[in-house]
Design a protein around this ligand. Structure first.
Ligand SMILES: Cc1cc2nc3c(=O)[nH]c(=O)nc-3n(C[C@H](O)[C@H](O)[C@H](O)COP(=O)(O)O)c2cc1C
Length: 183
């Protein structure tokens, strides 16, 4: 079959998926931590190291990040498929998501919010700026601390020990095949 088909604007963003998926932890003034799944996250600067996340104002996490001006990007793997989906399906307004998803908060190095023990990598950020793009807010974070599980990362991920999760849309996730291709 040849030719191109138009994609409904509602699904156009999915032409960029599967997207690498993360769980962002944050904590507001009340001191209660929350964890939310995001597929819309990307590095934006090397020097200084910065990362952007796109969060709907409907999310509790949006309120908590605005209040605290900080967040942690935690990287889950295939073992955390259920937990990743749970953190993206329930709101911290109704549930303690760490409990609900079976995740363990651990003290962070530079920010007040806890990191997520079961994730393999963590980027602690302070909000450098934020701006509205349509129905989401982009929070650009300056990375204050970055660390990963031993054996999982040395300059790049060891993809055999870290089966990173990619969101295809809805409740569909993918992992990478384990071949490395060099141009
Ligand atoms: C795989 C996946 C990816 C998601 N990506 C985003 C995202 O990039 N931005 C966003 O605002 N919400 C995203 N969501 C939805 C939120 O994670 C979801 O609404 C969550 O329940 C919000 O929780 P909170 O109210 O505790 O912050 C995603 C959900 C899933 C399952």
């Amino acid at each position: 079959m040849s030719g191109k088909i138009d994609v409904n604007s509602q699904y156009s963003y999915r032409l960029l998926h599967p997207m690498h998926t993360v769980i962002v932890s944050c904590m507001g003034k009340a001191g209660k931590p929350n964890a939310t799944t995001l597929a819309w996250a990307m590095p934006t600067s090397n020097d200084p190291p910065m990362v952007a996340i796109s969060v709907s104002p409907k999310r509790l996490s949006h309120t908590l990040i605005e209040e605290s001006q900080e967040f942690i990007v935690n990287v889950p793997t295939l073992e955390l498929l259920q937990a990743t989906y749970a953190c993206g399906s329930f709101s911290g307004r109704s549930f303690d998501k760490f409990k609900k998803a079976g995740l363990t908060p651990i003290p962070a190095k530079k920010v007040r919010a806890p990191a997520i023990k079961e994730c393999v990598a963590h980027l602690e950020c302070t909000v450098d700026r934020q701006f509205t793009t349509g129905d989401h807010t982009v929070f650009v974070g300056k990375i204050l601390a970055a660390y990963a599980n031993m054996g999982v990362f040395t300059e790049r991920y060891n993809l055999e020990s870290a089966r990173l999760l990619y969101h295809a849309g809805g409740n569909n996730f993918a992992v990478l095949d384990l071949k490395i291709y060099k141009p």
